[in-house]
Design a protein around this ligand. Sequence first.
Ligand SMILES: *Cc1c(COP(=O)(O)O)cnc(C)c1O
Length: 408
Amino acid sequence: MADLLLPKIETNRMIDTEQRLGAHNYAPIDVMLTRGKGVWVWDVAGNRYLDCLSAYSALNQGHCHPQILDAMIAQAGKLTITSRALRNDQLGLFYEDLAQLTGAHKILPMNSGAEAVESAIKAVRKWGYEVRGVPEDEAEVIVCANNFHGRTIAIVGFSTDPAAKRGFGPFAPGFKIIPFGDLAAFEAAITPSTVAFLVEPIQGEAGVIIPPAGYFKGVREACSRHNIILILDEIQTGLGRTGKLLAEEHEAIEADVTLLGKALSGGFYPISAVLSNKEVLGVLKPGEHGSTFGGNPLACAISRTALRVLIQEGMIENAAQQGAYFKKSLEAVKSNIVREVRGRGLMLSIELMPDAGVARRYCEKLARMGVLAKDVHNHTIRISPPLIITRDQIDWAVDRIGSCLQRH
Ligand SMILES: *Cc1c(COP(=O)(O)O)cnc(C)c1O
């Protein structure tokens, strides 16, 4: 495909326009992308990059997957949205596929990840009052320090990241924050008003933090003993990213409520879902919750195909296999500024030594070398390519990462 190259002066003009007209809530790496295919993306000057960010795992299936594209185009020409005031012929099929894949008994379709989190919080609170008999307005949800669950007011209210939280109060009450990976702290935080524990199986935005072995087994056991809903936010870890369909499988546990988003559409469309095992979602009655776009037929058709290709093309097994290879290759990189390589499946990160300088600088250098990766916090580089990455492509990336991660 011939690219229409954009002159540098035109690119700079567009960056200036973004600066002038856009809210400055992001500081993107200055790579202006125009096309993507599989693991690769191209910028407006025609340079090619290997995408090791995957839009924060929204692109597990790779850029512009042809079958998802076909499904999107076909459905877009038929019926895009009806609102839930009417029925559409795609929603039931979407429920069926997702339930069959995950074992969920009930599903609530939403759009963004944050909306799925908010919806789950509403549902568990109501469940707490109606099923558990918690006194009105006293329901408590336990969350973890260094969590990332999205950007809405309720969610940033229980963030511990000052940048996410400062200046946005007042916040919703009813949340208690405990350290991640500390079972004793969790048990100590439980009160008769605790209705749920909201937690990521692996803390992604915190820098890919894996909890101690056995932590989640203990959490699951305590939740069952106290009749507390375990909500796993699998918006980033889910759908194959860690080498299993859901990250909970690594822990040999089952959540009561699972949150999905990001790769649920293969990157084509904002789609999220709340899945529940118990009858948590059963407490919601007509009029009590909703979303204009939630469950629209276009979203449903896209998502069904995104799920199908994930399974049929063996992407989850590939994530497990290539993830282990990628991790081993990164660990073999000779560098005196790498402190630790972490991860599971293709959810990887490289933590740099505190004196190495900020990770952002290395990500900018990596971009110039043809690998797109994103810093998290000051000293960590996140590596999360599409799940279709091959061994050769990993070797290509690790060559560049290795020469980039030298003291400078
Ligand atoms: C990205 C993310 C969210 C928020 O999803 P949005 O679609 O950006 O609202 C929530 N939880 C986790 C773990 C995430 O990674």
